[in-house]
Write a new protein. Sequence first.
Length: 387
Amino acid sequence: MKERVIYKERKNTNCEKWDGLLEEYGRRDLLPVWVADMDFEAPSCVQVALQKYIDFNVYGYYHVPDSFYDSIISWEKNYQGYRVKKEWIRFIPGVVPAIYWLIQMWTQKEESVLIMPPVYYPFFNSIKETGRQLVECPLLKEDEYYKMDLELFENKILKENVKVFILCSPHNPVGRVWTKKELQAVLDICKKNEVYVIADEIHQDIVMSGYKKVSAATCGNYDEYLITLTSASKSFNIAGFQCAYAIIPNDKIREDYDQLAKKLHFTEGNNFSYIATQAVYEHGRPWLEAVCNIVESNYFYLKNELKKVMPKVKIAPLEGTYLAWLDMSDYVDPKRMKETILDKCHLAVDFGELFGGENYKSHIRLNLATSRENIEEVVKRLQLITN
């Protein structure tokens, strides 16, 4: 059964992406393609499930039903190939808060945490703001394609005495869906050197045709070093409910995590978040498939049209996520990137330096989970750079 995906005008709805432009960029005259949420209505099953709950009109304390856990277990098994047990699942309000918590659970101040830039910028913040030592192992770039630098990765671990590695899979912003072979190689290095792995797999369901996302936890026997963090939030545009979950197979790690959660007094979500998550995992698959088709179509439109008018733009191949990663270095002086994109193109984007500093000042990240009309407008506005 197919489900129609409906584009929604979000201005004046207290939407961060559209109504937060003045605060973020100091102006309102920009087309927003920055915040990583979608301009689409959530699947209709969310509205149906929440309406049923709202009609009852009692919003007291919520007993999380087994059906909520069953929906996660079924989803992970059917679409991620990961056989998860109920006792492994822990509620978290979001992947980012959990990363902060796990860094503090597994390391002491000044100990080293490794990431692979260009990468989701809260990774940097989580390390710096918890007083840990940031270690960077940049991805290798070959033309427009990125891969892991395994030799440098192990050298950094040994030299910097790394305690934790934050894995982004699929990778935000470069759009890589790591192969099983790549994941096994990096996880084997971590296991050999007793490095804990936080696997951020929040974009796990947004995968383009011809690719298969592999859960890190299914690549081998890594349970004593690995926690998986994920959510339905990116996949189904329900991030506002703030419901994610950690999968912790190892008894000792799970015990340590539970002790930490008790100290934080943060072990439960709100009623609406559980209901929405269960609804999409039980009934949202047709909508998700339709969204992936839209994202892929928007990507190829962006790539093909830009290549006609700006052939030297380097666009990373999109394997997963709904985010496009563009290198504009042949057209824009990196020092003038912000000025050019904001003042000439009137676009609100995520600028590359957020994802790894000076080395990525020539890059921008664009959100493809929007209407074709908006993507067409993005192409028109970027073309102004050449005029």
